[in-house]
Ligand binder design. Structure first.
Ligand SMILES: Nc1nc2c(ncn2[C@@H]2O[C@H](COP(=O)(O)OP(=O)(O)OP(=O)(O)O)[C@@H](O)[C@H]2O)c(=O)[nH]1
Length: 362
């Protein structure tokens, strides 16, 4: 295998679902300092859309779909890195001066780290230059309490970026920062709104050093080196509670319809929704509409300038839920699309019902 003269730095960008990883990357990737970086995006669920949302041309964005980096596609990561080396050696691509890996929001970063650090040929060619973990000031505390992965992402970080500080009071962000420092006292904590979070230097965090982490992180790393404890092969299922599914459709009637659907979904099922994101076709509109939701928070939708290459103008929405009824979500979506069925109301019935806002159905 080709060996570069110096190991190529690898930055791991992680953070729970919807914490703002793609938003941060989009901001950083415009910087000329990252023009020669390769970006590997891993997404949970069979229908991936993140690679469409990271605005970068050419083949420098590599999608690893069909599973979570920490489990089913770990081998694929090694193959992808080996292939990158190969393509550099044979001159098929320009030399890459950094690799940025965006994990899924559900990834345990420890096996990802070990995949790189414990593989002799890969470790000779690449060095992990820090783990940057994004934490959401709005939903981060709940994620830490409910999901081990979120706590692990914080514990292994070299840098913690608190995102969405614009959406919470200063005191809330400050007390969240304290909580994070309690979990990981050695990580530098950065406000996502600070200039540093918009600079490529954010990704240069120094060689990942297990000795600077807690004893618990050391144990996780050793356990990951010796084996892997949660093998599973269903690309849509993370554990017995967390599942992803996709809502696919042609062009939707209007932006208002999808926004009304999102708010209704958040109101009725917000407790069980971890993430919703989509790229949508809207009738009569040449541009794709992008929607996002995290927990019960619905983010403003926005139009992209145009459809990404190789992406048919159709609607793809990914929903990730914890103990969420897929049928209930599909039925609600169908109601908003006015696809009537005997046992469900259509959109007009849902919206005309004066009690609908309070979650009552006819
Ligand atoms: N107000 C505000 N919104 C933000 C900020 N960062 C991200 N968002 C919004 O949060 C939503 C999710 O952001 P993404 O960047 O897609 O999150 P992600 O971590 O890549 O999501 P997954 O890959 O699904 O885990 C989007 O609507 C963003 O616009 C922020 O600092 N402030």
């Amino acid at each position: 295998m080709y060996q570069p003269s110096h190991p190529i730095p690898v930055s791991i960008v992680t953070g729970f679902l919807g914490a703002g990883k793609s938003t941060l990357l989009n901001r950083l990737l415009g910087d000329p300092a990252l023009a020669d970086a390769a970006v590997i995006i891993n997404e949970f669920g069979a229908v991936g859309i993140d690679h469409l949302l990271v605005e970068r041309s050419g083949d420098s964005v590599i999608e690893l779909a069909n599973g979570c980096l920490c489990c089913t596609v770990r081998g694929e990561l090694i193959d992808t890195l080996a292939d990158l080396l190969d393509r550099m050696q044979t001159g098929k691509i320009k030399p890459v001066n950094r690799v940025i890996i965006e994990t899924t929001g559900l990834a345990d970063p420890v096996p990802v780290l070990m995949a790189i650090m414990a593989h002799p040929a890969i470790a000779a060619a690449f060095s992990v230059d820090g783990v940057v973990t994004l934490v959401d000031a709005v939903t981060g505390i709940e994620a830490l309490e409910r999901h081990d992965e979120a706590a692990r992402q914080v514990a292994v970080a070299d840098r913690l970026v608190i995102t969405k500080t614009d959406l919470v009071a200063t005191e809330v962000a400050a007390s969240f920062a304290k909580r994070l420092a309690g979990i990981n006292p050695t990580a530098e904590i950065v406000d996502g709104a600070a200039p540093m979070a918009a600079s490529p230097g954010l990704l240069v965090a120094g060689l990942f050093d297990p000795a600077r982490k807690s004893a618990e992180v050391g144990e996780w790393l050793r356990a990951a080196e010796t084996g892997h404890d949660h093998h599973h092969h269903d690309v849509n299922r993370h554990d017995e509670h967390i599942r992803a599914f996709a809502l696919l459709a042609g062009a939707l009637p209007s932006r208002q319809v999808i926004e009304a659907f999102q708010h209704r979904l958040a109101r009725e099922h917000g407790d069980h929704i971890l993430r919703i994101k989509g790229i949508l076709a809207i009738a009569g509109e040449p541009r794709p509409l992008v929607i996002h939701g995290v927990g019960a928070t619905v983010y403003p939708s926005r139009y992209l300038a145009g459809w990404p290459v190789d992406c048919a103008p159709e609607t793809r929405i990914v929903v990730i839920g914890a103990d969420l009824s897929e049928k209930a979500v599909r039925d609600l979506f169908a109601s908003f699309l006015n696809r009537p069925a005997i046992d469900r109301p259509d959109r007009a019935a849902l919206e005309d019902n004066p009690l609908a806002a309070f979650g009552f159905r006819r």
